[in-house]
Write a protein that binds this ligand. Structure first.
Ligand code: GAL
Length: 692
């Protein structure tokens, strides 16, 4: 155990990253490279060649393999059977396909758990995992670490020099799962020791005086378990540290895998992984060793979504968020899995409207994706995902509706690439570049203490993201440590935990000319998650030129009103009560409740920039949208007003519009617009591509 912990701790101390410049894997003249997920172990070898051939005929250029194949690669401990994979890689290459190989760590083989039961993770009811599914392994189990290292060494040795291997995907959809195994408890203690050094500091950080949580040594600490202690009884600081720890364990596992591969692979093979598009407990920004981050997206989740056809068009925010979140991390992203049709796990798995997959693919393309593949090429005939569609139907040869839409998309991308209209993105568009500050720590903290059970930090943030896109503004999600000055406008939504360095950074950003927008709840806590021994969100007062004297929220069935420029707007979720200082402008006021007349939004000039504090979260976001619009117009930018679910991008000299709204929408195009695909009356689902 000691050895494992030392290894884990050492990983975090290695600061030098060996990740490579991501864009070099993708030639400049290629907008997007299409591919397919294939599981040779699911099909007779006699069909492989036919399947690879069909992939090439359909226009795919890479195939992704070995993701869940550990049992086929190492059927007994130390016995490696890679011949079948050699054959599959060769056959794919003969058909002109590049190969993405995977580390198979998401599915541990039966022998491993039988021999070393500690490889399974333990859930919050103290149930240890068993064989029979995937992602049931404990990432801190010494044996898992050892045995996964062994197979990754072998894979690296065997394929690291293979010219047909384009790159590597580590594991599958890293999730940073909770693990309550004894090894996890011990690793958590060590992590805490490393972080806090003395138990007194931990007791302070966790506010352990409250309800006698207090510890006298690190050895006494157990992971606080929300299943056993009811959620409201849980110490928020202990839980936040557990989330940080779990994300750290996940990132370490990926970095560890990447380091092993790097011992063998040629520099032109990339290393990535496929995070789920919807943000969860895994924090992609914590890994150091990956070349770029890819994502997976299944937009149709069975929810009603937008308008009458929303349940067949999918969640319009899924790809919107995924691309703008993952792309800025390394400057390159792509989608490894995009839903090809019906899935088997949504609350109801309706058929997609014809054209939906095509629209999703164009959405990713428009938003900058450099590659796109689908889970999966062939629909599987058995097993857990039996009802999950593929790009090929059950007969193994007929392209499904989704498969045909991929083919259409691939053909159209080729045409765009041949047109070679690689014009610079217009300065007017880039001048509107807006960043949204995001951190997973903030998400975790909000999730534990939303204070209003309808409050959701992701929805609050997405509201801004969507209104920006409806104004035709390019958006990047960025982190505290990024360079903010590349963005003329920065939105900091409900960013609770801050320190003085972060507040100073906000100050300099605005002072140097930035258009800074801060929203409610920001700076209400320190990094431990404690309130300040001062006014509510006190560190912001000098910055925003106002005091915040309290906050309110209303039950779901009540609404209150704020007013701006003679217009009233309804709110109910959250309202900060502001007291502006002399030169600070009170832009929005509460008109009812016992605090009528108090300020809800302030604005001031600051150095060469502006600071707007939006203390109220309105029902439909129209007030916030109006404020952003004015701010952009003040800077001389024109802004559009696309309806909800219509998104427009610039990509390599083309404009790409998609429509999830359930209604058709007539795009206003400039006189010089040259329509390449689609129609000005943009159907839903629909795609319009033009150049100007
Ligand atoms: C993804 C996963 C795939 C497959 C798919 C089914 O989340 O990465 O392996 O299970 O879901 O929709």
């Amino acid at each position: 155990m000691k050895k494992l912990l030392l290894t884990l701790l050492t990983f975090t101390l290695i600061l030098n990253t060996i990740a490579q410049d991501a864009s070099r894997f993708f030639p400049d003249d290629r907008m997007l490279i299409p591919g397919a997920f294939y599981y040779p172990e699911h099909w007779p070898q006699s069909q492989w060649e036919r399947d690879f051939k069909q992939m090439t005929e359909m226009g795919f250029e890479y195939v992704h393999m070995a993701e869940f194949a550990w049992a086929f690669l190492e059927p007994e401990e130390g016995v490696y059977t890679f011949e079948w994979l050699d054959k599959a890689v060769n056959m794919a290459a003969e058909q002109g396909l590049k190969v993405i190989l995977c580390t198979p760590t998401a599915t541990i083989p039966v022998w491993m758990g039988n021999k070393y039961p500690d490889v399974y993770l333990t859930d919050s009811r103290h149930m240890k995992g068993e064989h029979g599914s995937r992602q049931n392994n404990s990432l801190v189990s010494e044996k898992y670490i050892e045995l996964s290292a062994n197979i990754i060494h072998e894979l690296g040795k065997r394929y690291g020099n293979n010219p047909n291997v384009w790159g590597w995907q580590l594991d599958n959809e890293p999730q940073a799962k909770d693990d309550y195994s004894p090894a996890s408890h011990e690793a958590f203690r060590q992590w805490l020791k490393n972080k806090y050094e003395t138990i007194e500091v931990l007791n302070h950080a966790w506010g352990a005086a409250f309800w006698s949580v207090i510890y006298s040594s690190f050895d006494e600490i157990n992971i606080h378990n929300p299943t056993i202690i009811q959620w409201w009884g849980n110490n928020p600081h202990a839980l936040l540290d557990f989330r940080r720890f779990t994300a750290w364990v996940q990132a370490n596992d990926l970095d560890r895998q990447a380091r092993i591969l790097r011992e063998y692979i040629k520099p032109n093979q990339f290393i990535t992984t496929n995070y789920v598009a919807a943000i969860n407990n895994a924090d992609p920004r914590l890994t150091q060793e990956l070349d770029f981050i890819a994502y997976t997206s299944y937009p149709n989740n069975g929810n009603p979504n937008l308008g009458k056809n929303g349940y067949r068009l999918g969640d319009h925010t899924a790809l919107l968020h995924a691309n703008d979140y993952y792309r800025p991390i390394d400057g390159v992203t792509g989608v490894l899995e995009i839903q090809p049709g019906q899935v088997n796990w949504a609350s109801s798995n309706s058929m997609l409207l014809p054209g939906t997959v095509h629209m999703w693919l164009f959405h990713s393309l428009g938003a900058g994706a450099r590659f796109a593949s689908s889970y999966r090429f062939r629909q599987v005939l058995y097993g857990v995902e039996q009802y999950h569609s593929g790009m090929i139907e059950n007969d193994g040869i007929t392209p499904s509706q989704g498969g045909r839409e991929y083919m259409q998309f691939i053909e159209q991308v080729k045409q765009l690439e041949q047109m070679n209209t690689d014009k610079e993105t217009p300065a007017e568009y880039t001048a509107k570049r807006t960043a949204i500050l995001w951190s997973h720590e903030n998400l975790w903290d909000h999730m534990r203490q939303p204070q209003n059970n309808r409050w959701n930090i992701r929805n609050h943030t997405m509201k801004y993201h969507q209104m920006l896109k409806s104004m035709d503004v390019p958006v990047d999600y960025i982190a505290e440590t990024d360079e903010w000055s590349n963005y003329p406008t920065l939105i900091i939504p409900a960013y609770q935990a801050v320190d003085s360095a972060l507040v100073e950074k906000m100050k300099s950003y605005a002072n140097d000319g930035g258009n800074l927008i801060i929203t409610c709840r920001t700076a209400s806590k320190n990094r431990y998650g404690h309130f300040w021994e001062a006014g509510w969100s006190a560190p912001l007062y000098n910055l925003i030129g106002a005091k915040i004297t309290g906050y309110d929220m209303l039950p779901g069935n009540k609404q209150a009103t704020v007013t701006m420029n003679g217009e009233d707007y309804k709110w109910n979720m959250w309202g900060d009560l502001l007291e502006p200082e002399n030169e600070t402008y009170s832009k929005v006021k509460y008109t009812d409740q016992f605090y009528a007349g108090k300020t809800a939004v302030t604005q001031r000039d600051f150095g060469n920039g502006t600071i707007t504090y939006i203390g109220v979260d309105t029902q439909n976001g129209e007030m916030e949208k109006q404020i952003l619009k004015e701010l952009f117009e003040k800077r001389g930018h024109s802004v559009s007003n696309y309806p909800e679910g219509v998104f427009v991008y610039w990509r390599n000299g083309f404009r790409v519009a998609v429509n999830y709204s359930s209604e058709s929408y007539t795009m206003e195009l400039p006189a010089n617009a040259n329509i390449i695909f689609g129609e000005k009356d943009l159907a839903s689902p629909g795609v319009l591509v033009w150049s100007e």
